[in-house]
Design a protein around this ligand. Structure first.
Ligand SMILES: Cc1cc2nc3c(=O)[nH]c(=O)nc-3n(C[C@H](O)[C@H](O)[C@H](O)COP(=O)(O)OP(=O)(O)OC[C@H]3O[C@@H](n4cnc5c(N)ncnc54)[C@H](O)[C@@H]3O)c2cc1C
Length: 419
């Protein structure tokens, strides 16, 4: 049994805690918010989780919502290379498992409240760098799961893996009712509805399960700085975001105006919206504190993804389970710097790197290979359903075809030969 401390009670910290408790470890979880503050406050994101990620919660006995969630099954994408141009491509594809953005506030609230009955200890404390050092000195392993909070700076940024040192998009998120959805266009399933404008930015709709309203939609804007969508910086309420969204969509995305014109901000929830920006950042495998004690990053503290590709929360929860399993496998041996680096590298090469590279591709002008694949998806639904969209939960499978034109051509040719 290891004595494990986890700093940060978001979804990452809690999945790690439950996995470790299941394996019999002694777990102390530090949170700067109480369970009720989590439930009644602002979420840190609105992660759409793929079925594979919800499986982690199912396996750990933490899933109390998926049987009733408002689920999504794939993607409907409208792509315009230029906001003002005529060219417009539409692609639909199924990724093969039901997922949803299940309101993390109700998940974290319940998981925090249940923690002690699972054998864990919860400490409400805004942990400082000095306290982190004390905690780490008194633990066999200390995981830092503080999301994108400043405490993450205790672990050096990995300059090689990070790619960006500045925010790539200005973000605005809001949860709404009154959207009719896109089932008809997708042949029966609700999609995550993407709209990509090569020169301006993106916005997308996520099937969302709100803590009190249930089936809702989460609308997320990804505005390139200074471009037409970059209008949310001064918003002071969810209603402000809704009003600007209506104006932008009516003008620039008439193809979906009928589906969304009835949108309204969710009632009775002052915090179902966010605006902000952050640089997508990868951290090194461990941080060394002044006493010499070590901490290891998990979830967003380890890899913070721009939300554009729906990878952050999915990476975070699976990484939490992966690191917890590795702690169990290593019991009785020293949890030293070499071990922490190895665990971090193993996760990076298994999943993190591919999710991060795929996600970053979406922030950049469309690569020729990716354009070929998307054009094939637009023509060939079977290709979209079998060769492209199922890779979203497993981004490793996008490579090399999504970046190498020869590999893309070969994939398309092989798929068409078989068909
Ligand atoms: C608008 C938006 C949309 C998103 N959409 C998606 C999506 O569709 N799909 C997807 O997979 N991902 C998405 N993400 C990313 C996803 O939300 C995050 O990856 C995920 O929430 C990270 O969880 P975490 O537990 O690592 O961090 P967090 O959720 O940030 O939790 C960190 C916790 O640590 C606590 N904390 C911080 N500092 C301290 C301290 N000093 N002491 C004690 N506690 C502390 C915080 O209060 C918080 O409770 C989105 C993100 C945003 C912003």
């Amino acid at each position: 049994m290891a004595r494990v401390s986890i700093i940060g009670a978001g979804t990452t910290g809690l999945v790690a805690a439950y996995a470790l408790l299941r394996d019999g470890h002694e777990v102390t979880l530090y949170s700067d918010r109480t369970a009720d503050e989590w439930l009644e406050g602002r979420p840190t994101g609105t992660a759409y989780l793929y079925g594979e990620t919800i499986d982690v919660e199912r396996e750990l006995g933490m899933d109390h919502w998926s049987q009733d969630m408002f689920g999504g099954m794939g993607v409907l994408l409208d792509f315009k290379p230029e906001l003002a141009g005529e060219a417009h491509m539409r692609v639909v594809g199924n990724w093969g498992s039901l997922g949803s953005g299940i309101d993390m506030r109700m998940r974290v609230h319940r998981w925090m409240n249940d923690l002690e009955s699972r054998g864990g200890k919860l400490v409400i404390e805004a942990v400082t760098p000095e306290r982190t050092d004390e905690i780490a000195q008194n633990s066999d392993v200390t995981m830092l799961a503080a999301g994108k909070a400043d405490l993450g700076n205790l672990i050096p940024r990995d300059a090689v893996r990070s790619v960006y040192d500045k925010p790539q998009r200005n973000l605005a998120m809001v949860v709404v009712t009154g959207v009719t959805g896109w089932q008809k266009e997708c042949g029966g399933f609700e999609p995550v509805k993407f709209n990509f404008f090569g020169d301006t930015g993106e916005y997308f709709w996520v099937p969302f399960t709100h803590k009190t309203h249930g089936a809702t939609w989460c609308l997320l804007w990804e505005a390139k700085a200074g471009k037409a969508f970059d209008r949310f910086g001064e918003c002071a309420s969810g209603q402000d975001i809704v009003e600007i969204s209506k104006e932008l969509i009516k003008e620039h995305a008439p193809w979906e105006w009928e589906n969304v014109k009835g949108m309204e901000y969710v009632t009775g929830d002052d915090f179902a919206w966010l605006i902000g920006r952050f640089p997508p950042t990868v951290r090194e495998g461990f941080g060394r504190l002044p006493s010499g004690a070590l901490i290891m990053p998990v979830g967003d503290t380890a890899i913070a993804f721009d939300p554009i590709g729906g990878q952050g929360g999915n990476n975070a929860q699976r990484m939490a389970k992966f690191v917890a399993d590795r702690i169990t496998a290593h019991e009785g041996k020293p949890f030293d710097a070499a071990w922490m680096k190895q665990v971090n590298d193993d996760w990076w090469y298994l999943h993190g790197k591919w999710a991060y590279e795929f996600n970053n591709l979406l922030l950049e002008p469309l690569e020729p290979a990716a354009a070929m694949l998307l054009e094939e998806c637009a023509k060939n639904r079977l290709f979209a359903d079998q060769k492209f969209f199922p890779n979203f939960p497993r981004p490793h499978n996008f490579f090399p075809a999504i970046v190498e034109p020869d590999a893309a051509r070969e994939l398309i040719a092989r798929a068409n030969t078989r068909a």
